[in-house]
Design a protein around this ligand. Sequence first.
Ligand code: AMP
Length: 284
Amino acid sequence: MKLVKTVAELREEIAAAKTAGKTIGLVPTMGALHEGHASLIKAANMENDFVVVSVFVNPTQFGPNEDLEAYPRTLDADCKLAEAMGADIVFAPSAKEMYPSEDMTWVEVTGNVTKVLCGRSRPIHFRGVTTVVSKLFNLAQPDRAYFGQKDAQQVEVLKRMVKDLFFNLQLRVMPIVREADGLAKSSRNTYLSGSEHQAALVLSRSLKKAQERFAAGERNAAALTEAVREEIAAEPMSNIDYVEIYRLPELQPVNGPLTGSSLLAVAVKFGTTRLIDNVILEEK
Ligand code: AMP
């Protein structure tokens, strides 16, 4: 496995892989890799001949009062994990390499899909994500790109971008990997104290109950969200940003009983750490 830090070197590696007729899988990450990321890299390795894992804490997707500086950076460990999962390249550019000038081109998806849920409390977040992911797509020219259902809204936004900009690739979405206790794996979990971690278990617990109620026939979105909200609010360390349901794809508002496929998503702060989690509600 090779650690690559420049755009020029990545282009060379990709050109060589393409010339050799290899299919390319791309796994974009912000590093501090854990088993959630590992599942993406593993899938990319199974489905492609050449796997690029990007490790880049993308400044443009962080708001002014967010955790850009504090975000964990563990490149050595990330390279080891990526290699063990079958990556061929870890691409870890500097911010200057990805954004050489202050004047720049943005890629922005408009509409409900970027406005609701995290879009409300993090207004510039998805513009940063779509801009950096576009750059990575253009550089790595992947046949397939791998993302986690953990970031369900990001997946919907990126699907829209791929469609609108005619990116010639397949988006592969992998299930949420959880700790044994149910907490969705996240690089930000390292911020949690022991008691905050325990408190945060309410997220997966309440979402699972909602999924069970849906499976048992509950189709009233407000009844489901209220039950989740109440259970989370009863946890004294929690501070709810949102508990909401939207229709899939593209996060349209729910009118009337739930039909087809919907996303029940939560964002909740425990101390200073904001966690997200979700379940998909759909008839089997
Ligand atoms: P991040 O490094 O947090 O930007 O995440 C990089 C990719 O890994 C994104 O597509 C995430 O959705 C995915 N990911 C993060 N955590 C998990 C998890 N617990 N399960 C599955 N995928 C995940």
